[in-house]
Design a protein around this ligand. Sequence first.
Ligand SMILES: Cc1ncc(COP(=O)(O)O)c(C=O)c1O
Ligand SMILES: [Zn+2]
Length: 389
Amino acid sequence: MPATALHCRICETEQPLEALGACPRCFGPLDPVYDWERVEREFTPEVLAAGPRSIWRYAPLLPVEPPADARLAPGLTPLLPAPRLAEELGIGELWLKLDTANPTHSFKDRVVAVAAAKAQELGLGTLACSSTGNLANAVAARAAAEGLEAAVFVPVDLEPEKLLATAVYGATIYAVRGSYDHCSRLTVELSFELDWAFVNVTLRSYYAEGSKTLAYEIAEQLGWQAPDAIVCPIASGALFTKIGQGFVELRRLGLVDRPPRLFGGQAEGCSPVAAAFEGGGRVNPVRPATVARSLAIGNPADGDFAVATARDTGGAVHTVSEDDVVENMGLLAEKTGVFGETAPGVTLGALRRAVEDRALGGSDRVVSRLRPIEIEPNADRVLERLAAA
Ligand SMILES: Cc1ncc(COP(=O)(O)O)c(C=O)c1O
Ligand SMILES: [Zn+2]
């Protein structure tokens, strides 16, 4: 494993590779640092191509030893061209990264796989998290695959389907009477009391690195090229920030020429990062009220870093209206055959804003409504309606 230490993004001190949720000196976020001589030897297109067909092929830039028995391994999800949607939007090339193909249908399987490997290295028997839904699923499934216990803390009013999907793996679910931000604070407090692996608290430095594998995969799947832009949804801001970091690393290795511009999206009812991007200041917490439940984090831990990533890459963070989120879920399905949850509706909204702003257009390569008609069970009524349309 080429990670050598944890490095504080704020005060720049180094810490040992332990379960440290934050820098003990300044509470800043900690990122693993790597032995670059070794990375340069091991992170080459040839070596990677011979590796496992999962995130573990990128082990030279991950902060854990890859599991000897990589069960239920996430990653290497399809990168799918979406020509009909590209044409509709007026974009040169549009690709969809189908992370729904991961074991629990979101990118959270990537981050949890890395955190779980660290938990096992530290001998911790319970995986735990605060979650807006998808992370709970990923934690529960990973625990089931590895034979660990799982304890997840979710807002009490989470969609029942999400709770069911987590419960089926045998996780203990704590439905917290409050918002995600209450769950998050609760797990921070509990992490001082319990000997559990809180994947997005005490193991956050390891967990967040899993998101970089999306950058590596997109570049590898495009034949070691970066797209012109990447569009993705933002909740805590970790995914967005780490995709940016992944491309910086690929450039350092000479595997891509220039990093892509990064565009983020947030639903209007929970858009503290977009507001900070537009207003030019720091992220101010909000109380979420959005259909995009999986993105409803009012106090995003990596929000300011996400704003910096958008600025540094020449991208942006856009607000998408609640109505547009739902409409875009429909547009995505109609033009690509891919049906996601609300988060892809937010992503497509951000992409449309970037096109409207002429930030993206015909020469760019970009990776990125349910309105039933109520009617009687009567053929004449259907035919009448069709004739009137
Ligand atoms: C499907 C999906 N996409 C994107 C995100 C955003 O990730 P992050 O919290 O790292 O910004 C989440 C977070 O919960 C999610 O569930
Ligand atoms: Zn520090």
